[in-house]
Ligand binder design. Structure first.
Ligand code: ADP
Ligand code: F6P
Length: 465
């Protein structure tokens, strides 16, 4: 059997808590299959020498990481990945900073990753590269003579061609994508955007189901919505730490219905819009004033990028003003925490909540939506209020779908969720859980790797970049 080599910017010990869909999903996949996980250590290098490779064993997974020097960190991670690609791919051209120096750092780090990874590869390895930080990696590996199959999965949305085309060098990026053998997206919508782009801008020709002839090679492209490990998550829900959390929350909120939000603190997550909708709920439906409490947990993220500090201040000010205006001596409407919560406790919190608010303005998938469903008690389940702009909305049709820009509409949906009769909650939950179980993280991994296994390694060694 081939060894799986996963490459991503963020590498996390699968046995520890990680906030971020990619780290959580890949930890689960690799824990099962074993293999090598290569990427950035998350640390900055000291001194001028080329950073050492750190290798450690985490159960069946070998973790191999390199540090980045400050200049590369600023240009590749803060600058190009999170100052250009993240905002544009999330349809936020207004937040993009197209500094011409960033792309050089992005390319430099991708070249360095290729150079450091190559000596660790074995001839039969299957290489799976993840996310927007590493789009040119296959081309860089090919330029160094790598002939193994290489797949790529984009965890975040891909915007329509006209938005993508705002990035200086967008054609170079898409050529980079076309150096892979299989390119996977979270949703059909993202996949369509890719197909539209390569047909319009690169004269791609269909070459059979899911296959395209483009830049003199054949590639596969498709939608492979990422899932969670439902069995494992339900197991964690029943384990002592989550069960204890559940009991505590139930006791504490015995007279109130709990609403929950769990996100990285990111402008794509629509947190201020969510708070405004919650404020509108309290204003428009006075009975909710004493009966509903929102727990919002937002883990710190990318604090070196200025748009993230702006959103932090906006959120703090909204939470403060809601509590100031609506709070009572014995009741605070919002409990806001700016931190990461231990993974073992989250399911208990989800299970104790009547409603989850997952209302991103744009999201590749959103695993919190799926975790919330998996954690529910099927006899008395909570209700998912889900943004139609999350990739998850393509699959989770029985959630209450909302437009997060529509404050009144979202408030009305939250009200509906709080009032929903038990029978309807059960029916919706049953269908949602069935979808989740069918399209879990193993389905995601197996179906992607199966396509990659079938892909003929036709045209390698095309060093265009
Ligand atoms: P993203 O990848 O953009 O962060 P997802 O919803 O797909 O969004 O994945 C987030 C993952 O990180 C989930 O597994 C979630 O449980 C976890 N997570 C997010 N915020 C927190 C937090 N504050 N504390 C603990 N875990 C978190
Ligand atoms: O899942 C989307 C994602 O951007 C991952 O690529 C990333 O690892 C995660 O969110 C957390 O962000 P960061 O790695 O920048 O802390």
């Amino acid at each position: 059997m081939s060894r799986l080599v996963v490459v991503s910017n963020r590498v996390a010990d699968p046995r520890k808590t990680a906030a971020g869909g990619l780290a959580v999903a890949l930890g689960e996949v690799l824990n099962n299959s074993g293999g090598l996980w290569f990427g950035w250590s998350g640390k900055l290098a000291e001194g001028d020498a080329e950073p050492q490779l750190n290798v450690q064993q985490a159960g069946p997974v070998t973790l191999a990481t390199v540090d980045l020097d400050r200049e590369d960190y600023e240009a590749y991670y803060v600058g190009y990945s999170n100052g250009v690609l993240w905002p544009v791919f999330h349809y936020r051209l207004d937040l993009a900073d197209f500094d011409a120096g960033y792309i050089e750092g992005y390319r430099r780090v991708n070249q360095m990753f290729a150079r450091r990874l190559l000596p660790m590869l074995q001839p039969d390895d299957v290489i799976w590269v993840h996310d927007y930080h590493l789009i040119p990696l296959a081309a860089e590996l090919r330029a160094l003579g790598c002939t193994q199959r290489i797949g790529y999965f984009l965890h975040i949305p891909l915007p329509p061609p006209l938005i993508l085309a705002a990035i200086p060098g967008h054609d170079w990026l898409v050529k980079g994508l076309c150096s892979y053998d299989v390119v996977g997206f979270q949703s059909e919508a993202d996949h369509e955007h890719f197909c539209d782009y390569i047909q319009a801008e690169a004269k791609a020709q269909p070459a059979g189901e899911g296959r395209w002839r483009v830049f003199n090679r054949t590639i596969h492209a498709g939608a492979y919505p990422i899932g969670i490990d439902v069995q494992e998550f339900r197991g964690v829900t029943e384990a002592p730490e989550a069960a204890e959390m559940y009991e505590r929350m139930k006791r504490e909120y015995s007279r109130r219905k709990l609403l929950v939000g769990v996100d990285r603190l990111d402008y794509s997550k629509g947190l201020p819009q969510r708070m405004r909708a919650f404020r509108e709920l309290l204003r428009r439906y006075p009975e909710t004033r004493q009966s509903a409490t929102l727990i919002q947990i937002a883990s710190p993220s990318r604090e070196d990028v200025s748009a993230y500090t702006d959103i932090l201040h906006e959120l703090e000010s909204l939470c403060g003003s809601i509590n100031g205006n609506y709070g009572e001596l014995d009741w605070m409407p919002v409990r806001y925490m700016h931190r990461t919560v231990a993974r073992a406790r989250l399911p208990g919190l989800y299970r104790a909540s009547r409603v989850a608010l997952v209302t991103p303005l744009r999201d590749g998938m959103n695993l919190v939506a799926k975790e919330f469903i998996a954690a529910q008690d099927p006899e008395d389940p909570g209700v998912l209020v889900l943004s139609r702009f999350a990739g998850a909305a393509e699959q989770l049709k029985e959630a209450l779908l909302v437009n997060p820009y529509d404050t009144e509409g979202t408030a009305a949906a939250i009200h509906l969720a709080l009032q929903m009769p038990l029978e309807e909650r059960r029916e919706r939950h049953q269908s949602l859980l069935a979808t989740l179980t069918r399209y879990d993280v193993h389905w995601w991994c197996d179906s992607f790797l199966q396509t990659l296994g079938q892909a003929e390694a036709e045209e390698t060694g095309t060093p265009w970049l």
